[in-house]
Design a protein around this ligand. Structure first.
Ligand code: CA
Length: 415
C-alpha cells in the first residue's frame, strides 16, 4: 500500500485509496468556494496545492473552483492525471513542504454542493424495495409491475431542489387523501419518509441522439455520492397515478458533500445478482461487458439510533445499465447530471432503506435509543446516512454522510 508522509491511521476511511472531491469555504476566507480533497481528518485545498507544486496549468485550471464541473467535464484521462498528482503530492516527501500548508482540519471546512446539478433522475433498482412498495401501495395485485425486470424504471426529478447534506428539510405541504377520506385536503405531510440511495455523477456529456452503451459507463461517470430522496408518502400516494412521482419528492433531495471517484471503487466491484429475465442486448452485462455492481454497505441513523443497514451489492440493476437505459432513446447527458439508484433495500428485516418498509406502513414502529418510537419522521428528527466500501488491502472507502433535520411545515399558501 502506498504510504503518505501524512500520519494516517491504518483504518481511516479517507486514505490515499479514496481521495474524494468536494467544495468548501472557511470562516477565515469567507465565501470563496474552493475544491477540497478529503484525506484522513483533513482537507487538501487542491488549487493551492496545484500552485505550490507547479502543476501543469491546464490541469490546475480544472481545480480552480468554484465547483467540480470543469473537472467533471474534462474526462477520464484528466481524472487519472489529477488523481495521480494528488497521490504524488501526498506520498513524495519532496512535496511535503509545499503541500502541508495547503491542508486544513476537515472540521474547519464548510462543505457545499460540490457540483452544479444538471438533470436529476431517480431509479427504482432494488427488487426488495419495489416488491415491498408494490405490496404497500397496490395491495392485492402483483407487487412487481410487468416491465420491472425488463427495464430499469425511473423518472426525471427536480435538480433545483437537490441540496447538500446538512441543509434542513422543511416538512412539505401538499394534497393528502387517505382511502377513507371523502375528499383531499391540503396540509403538512403526515407521512414524511426517507429513501437511502446511491447517486452517480456524470462528468462527460453525450451528444443528443447518441446512446451511451454499457461499456462506456466509466468514460462518462466520474464518481459516486450518497442520496437521501426525502418522500412524502401521503402526497405521493394520492398524486402518483398515472404519471409517477411529483410533489411528494421534489421538495428536497439531499446529497453527501464528497464525490468518491470511480477510481477509488476498483475493490468494491462485485457480481450483480442473477437476473431471472433475460435482458435486452443493450442492458445485457452477463458476457464480455464489465458489470458495475458495487459492494457498498449503507447505514441509516435516526436521531443517533442505527435503524437500518441497506446492502447495495444486491441491487438488481447496475448504474451502468441505468445509464444505458437513460440514454437509449438518444437523450443527451450533461456535465453534472445526477442519477440515483433508487432506495437501497435488502431482503432482511433491518436492511430496508425507507421507513415505510422498515415500519411496514407504521404497523411495526422502530424504537429509538431514547425510548420513543417512529413510524414516519417527526419535526426535529435528524437522519444520517453513511456508507463504506471495500478498498485495497483490507481498507475501507468512506463516503462521508448525508444528513438532514426536519423542520416544521410552513403555512400553505391560500388564495
Ligand atoms: Ca427514490
Amino acid at each position: 500500500m502506498t504510504v503518505s508522509w501524512l500520519d494516517l491511521p491504518a483504518d481511516t476511511l479517507f486514505g490515499l485509496h479514496n481521495l474524494p472531491y468536494g467544495v468548501f469555504t472557511t470562516a477565515v476566507e469567507g465565501d470563496r468556494r474552493r475544491i477540497g480533497v478529503a484525506v484522513g481528518d483533513q482537507v487538501l485545498d487542491a488549487a493551492a496545492a496545484a500552485r505550490a507544486t507547479g502543476l501543469d496549468a491546464r490541469l490546475a485550471d480544472l481545480l480552480a473552483g468554484p465547483s467540480l464541473n470543469p473537472l467533471l467535464a474534462a474526462g477520464r484521462a484528466d481524472w487519472t492525471l489529477v488523481r495521480a498528482a494528488l497521490t504524488d503530492w501526498l506520498t513524495d516527501p519532496g512535496h511535503r513542504a509545499a503541500v502541508e500548508p495547503c491542508l486544513l482540519p476537515r472540521a474547519e471546512a464548510v462543505l457545499h454542493l460540490p457540483f452544479e446539478v444538471a438533470d436529476y433522475v431517480d431509479f427504482y433498482a432494488s427488487e426488495h424495495h419495489a416488491t415491498n412498495l408494490g405490496r404497500l401501495f397496490r395491495p392485492g395485485t402483483e407487487p412487481l409491475t410487468p416491465n420491472w425486470k425488463h427495464l430499469p424504471i425511473g423518472y426525471h426529478g427536480r435538480s433545483g431542489s437537490v441540496v447538500v447534506s446538512g441543509t434542513p428539510v422543511v416538512r412539505p405541504n401538499g394534497q393528502r387523501k387517505a382511502p377513507a377520506d371523502a375528499a383531499p385536503s391540503i396540509g403538512p405531510s403526515r407521512r414524511l419518509d426517507i429513501e437511502a440511495e446511491v447517486g452517480f455523477v456524470v462528468g462527460v456529456p453525450s451528444a443528443l441522439g447518441t446512446p451511451v452503451p454499457l461499456a462506456d459507463f466509466a468514460e462518462h461517470v466520474f464518481g459516486v455520492c450518497l442520496v437521501n430522496d426525502w418522500s412524502a408518502r401521503d402526497i405521493q400516494a394520492w398524486e402518483y397515478v398515472p404519471l409517477g412521482p411529483f410533489l411528494g419528492k421534489s421538495f428536497a433531495t439531499s446529497v453527501s458533500p464528497w464525490v468518491v471517484p470511480l477510481d477509488a471503487l476498483a475493490h468494491a466491484r462485485t457480481t450483480p445478482p442473477a437476473r431471472d429475465v433475460e435482458p435486452l442486448p443493450y442492458l445485457d452485462d452477463r458476457d464480455g461487458a464489465d458489470p458495475w455492481a458495487l459492494d457498498l454497505s449503507l447505514e441509516v441513523r435516526l436521531n443517533g439510533t442505527p435503524v437500518s443497514r441497506p446492502p447495495f451489492a444486491g441491487m438488481y440493476w447496475t448504474a451502468a445499465q441505468q445509464l444505458a437505459h437513460l440514454t437509449v432513446n438518444g437523450a443527451g447527458l450533461r456535465t453534472g447530471d445526477l442519477f440515483a439508484s433508487g432506495t437501497v433495500s435488502g431482503p432482511d428485516r433491518g436492511t430496508e432503506g425507507a421507513l415505510i418498509e422498515l415500519t411496514w406502513n407504521g404497523e411495526r414502529p422502530v424504537e429509538l435509543a431514547d425510548g420513543s418510537v417512529r413510524s414516519f419522521l417527526e419535526d426535529g428528527d435528524e437522519v444520517v446516512i453513511t456508507a463504506t466500501a471495500p478498498g485495497p488491502d483490507g481498507s475501507r472507502v468512506g463516503f462521508g454522510e448525508v444528513t438532514g433535520r426536519v423542520l416544521p411545515a410552513r403555512d400553505p399558501a391560500s388564495r
